[in-house]
Design a protein around this ligand. Structure first.
Ligand code: ZN
Ligand code: FE
Length: 256
């Protein structure tokens, strides 16, 4: 099987990223979410790819606003969450839930339900190439805000990502990395991996380059939301003997 090709592009609702996933051997192309139809059309035209599938992560406007137009224009199959949330998503052809698997161009896709930010939030994991599309579940050195669920729920959701192979490549939906790095340093100031990454991120952003995707291993070393067990963070917060979930909740609270 020929490797999948990936094309990531920014779109300007809230520093969003869209992604196209293309299988050269079958010609199939999937995209993750669609906030602005025009940007997705341009990305497809630029690559010369025909859209066949659309995977939706959650109901927020910046992720689904363009879904119906994109579907009408391309006839793509829309796959999205079967979970109830504070908003509904129009145009879904196939509803999926946690643990479900389906094939995209011969590649297995696993659905992970990661509620908290919203109650319908899904991640799409491709164990073959080792890729995951996480929407607003996790960001580089950050995680989504608990708009609908509780921080405790997000903690449970992040455990599912924690369990993936460390070399998994993570695509998240927003370029929030620089502000996340600044916050991460405030709770984990002695972490030299974090200091180093923060400098790398500044250099990338100074050249207007994306900081997404990134590996799970990088997150495990630098993302405070995945490091509630870290002695340095615990010392910084005065929570040396607290339960991991309580340290996480405290970090989520401090982040605002
Ligand atoms: Zn969102
Ligand atoms: Fe978002």
């Amino acid at each position: 099987m020929t490797p999948l090709e990936i094309h990531q592009f920014p779109y300007d609702i809230d520093d969003n990223y869209g992604v196209l996933l293309h299988a050269p051997d079958t010609g199939e192309t999937a995209c993750i979410d669609c906030g602005i139809t025009q940007t997705y059309f341009e990305a497809l035209a630029e690559k010369g790819w025909q859209l066949s599938h659309l995977f939706i992560t959650h109901h927020h406007f910046d992720h689904v606003n363009g879904v119906l137009d994109l579907k009408a224009e391309t006839g793509c199959e829309v796959i999205g969450p079967s979970y109830k949330a504070a908003g509904t998503i129009q145009g879904i052809d196939r509803y999926v839930k946690d643990g479900e698997r389906f094939a995209f161009a011969g590649h297995e896709v696993q659905v992970l339900h990661t509620p908290g930010h919203t109650m319908d939030l899904l991640c799409y994991y491709l164990p073959g190439p080792g890729l995951i599309f996480v929407g607003d579940t996790l960001f580089a050195m950050g995680c989504g805000k608990a708009f609908e669920g509780t921080p405790q729920m997000i903690w449970e959701s992040l455990k599912k990502l924690h369990a993936l192979p460390p070399d998994t490549l993570i695509y998240c939906s927003h370029e929030y990395t620089q502000e996340n790095a600044a916050f991460a340093l405030s709770v984990d100031p002695e972490n030299s991996d974090l200091q180093q990454r923060s400098r790398e991120v500044d250099a990338l952003r100074a050249q207007d380059k994306p900081t997404v995707p990134f590996t799970l291993a990088t997150e495990l070393a630098t993302n405070p939301f995945l490091r509630a067990n870290d002695a340095g963070i615990r010392r910084q917060l005065g929570m040396q003997t607290a339960a991991e979930v309580d340290v996480f909740v405290k970090i989520r609270e401090l982040r605002g």
